[in-house]
Design a protein around this ligand. Structure first.
Ligand code: GUN
Length: 285
C-alpha cells in the first residue's frame, strides 16, 4: 500500500490565505504589516529564497522592503542598518537571510535584531520563549512541520517522535514544538548509535539532515508518518530529500514529498510571523 502524500503546497496556500485575511483586518485598523529583508552577498540559493519571500508578501498583502548589500559589507554597516530598522515604526519584521559571508558574525547580527521584530525566531529571547511555552513568534520551518502534521490529520499527543538532526534552525526547535504538542521526542544526530533501531520505534519521523538516503524503508515502522526537511541533489542532479521516497512510501502511512512538502510551509509561516510582529508592535498580542 502506498502512503498518503502530505501536500505542502495546498496547506501553505491555506495558511497564506488566512494571513491575507489578517493582513486586511490589520489594514482596516490603520496598521500596515511590513517585512524588511536583508541579503548580504550574491549566494544564488539565498537570492531565490529572498525573491520568494518578496513574492509571498505581495500575494498576502504585506509590504516588503529589500536591502541587498555588497558581499564585502562591514559588520558595523549591517548592524547600523538593523538598528535603524529596529527604530523604524513602519517596519514590523526584520529578516537577515542566512548564511552570511564568513567575515560577519551571525550570532552578533541575530542579537542586534529587536526580539519583537525577529520574524525568524532566531533571537535567544524568542528561542527561550519557545522553550518556556510563551506566546509570540514560532520558528518558521518547525512551525510549518507542526502545521503539516495537524492539518493532514496526524495526532502528535502521545506519539513517539524521532527527529534526525540537531540544527538551531530545524532539529532543536522542531523537537521542542513536538514536545509542546505532547509527543515523546528523541533527537538523533551524527553520533547516534543504532539510528535505524530508534527510527523503527517512531510513529513520526522528522528528518532534517541534508543527506540523501538518511531514511530508508527498513528504518520505518508500518504506517509511520514521515516528514522530510532535506533539500538535496541526487546523483542525477534532481532535487530530493533525506528520505528514500520511492521505497519508504510503500511502508509509511503518510509522507511529505520533496519538493512540495515542507519547503512551501516555511514562507507561509513567515507570513504568519509578519502578522504576529505587526500585532506585537501595536499592543494587539
Ligand atoms: N537560510 C535558510 N533558511 C533560512 C531561514 O529560515 N531564515 C533565514 N533568515 N535564513 C535562512
Amino acid at each position: 500500500m502506498s502512503a498518503k502524500r502530505i501536500d505542502g503546497k495546498a496547506i501553505s496556500a491555506q495558511i497564506k490565505e488566512e494571513a491575507a485575511k489578517e493582513a486586511a483586518e490589520l489594514k482596516a485598523k490603520g496598521i500596515e504589516p511590513c517585512l524588511a529583508v536583508i541579503l548580504v552577498g550574491e549566494d544564488s540559493a539565498s537570492q531565490v529564497y529572498v525573491n520568494n519571500k518578496k513574492k509571498a508578501c505581495e500575494a498576502v498583502g504585506i509590504r516588503s522592503v529589500a536591502y541587498e548589500l555588497d558581499a564585502e559589507t562591514e559588520e558595523g554597516e549591517l548592524l547600523r542598518l538593523i538598528a535603524s530598522l529596529n527604530m523604524d515604526k513602519t517596519i514590523s519584521g526584520i529578516l537577515v537571510q542566512l548564511p552570511l559571508p564568513k567575515h560577519l558574525d551571525e550570532t552578533k547580527v541575530i542579537l542586534a535584531i529587536d526580539p519583537k521584530k525577529d520574524v525568524d525566531c532566531f533571537h535567544p529571547i524568542n528561542v527561550g520563549n519557545l522553550q518556556t511555552g510563551g506566546k509570540g513568534f514560532l520558528p518558521c520551518t518547525p512551525a510549518g512541520i507542526i502545521a503539516l502534521l495537524k492539518r493532514s490529520g496526524t495526532v502528535i499527543e502521545g506519539k513517539r517522535c524521532v527527529v534526525i538532526g540537531r540544527s538551531n534552525i530545524v532539529g532543536k526547535p522542531v523537537a521542542m514544538l513536538l514536545l509542546r504538542e505532547n509527543g515523546t521526542v528523541t533527537i538523533c544526530h551524527s553520533k547516534t548509535k543504532d539510528l535505524a533501531e530508534i527510527c523503527r520505534q517512531a510513529d513520526i519521523i522528522v528528518s532534517a539532515v541534508g543527506k540523501v538516503h538518511t531514511v530508508t524503508a527498513d528504518m520505518v515502522k508500518d504506517g509511520a508518518v514521515i516528514i522530510d526537511v532535506g533539500m538535496n541533489r541526487n546523483e542525477a542532479g534532481q532535487l530530493c530529500g533525506d528520505v528514500d521516497f520511492a521505497q519508504v512510501q510503500e511502508v509509511a502511512g503518510a509522507i511529505t514529498p520533496v519538493p512540495g512538502g515542507v519547503g512551501p510551509m516555511t514562507i507561509a509561516m513567515l507570513m504568519k510571523n509578519c502578522i504576529t510582529a505587526a500585532k506585537l508592535q501595536n499592543g494587539l498580542l
